[in-house]
Design a protein. Sequence first.
Length: 98
Amino acid sequence: MLYTSQLLDRKTGELVLVEDGDWITITELAELHSVGPSRIRTILRHMDFLQIEGGGRQHRHRLCPWVTAKGWGKRIQAKGTIPFDVISPLARDWIAEW
């Protein structure tokens, strides 16, 4: 999914759309590497890219804080939906090289 940000151009006073790149979900990353969603999450946990949050049947694999701090991922929590994470093109390159 292509993500964009709106920035205020201080010279003109207009909002400008800036493309943040083609960010994908963890499941889409699994499809790119021809593995299953569970397998990619296991691999990313081993790389300390994902962590398990919650407990029991309510646990989820979410991005580690260092990933979001570096700008390589975003945690999406829309009201009334299941939370999910997306990763940036830079993170995809880093994962592919690892």
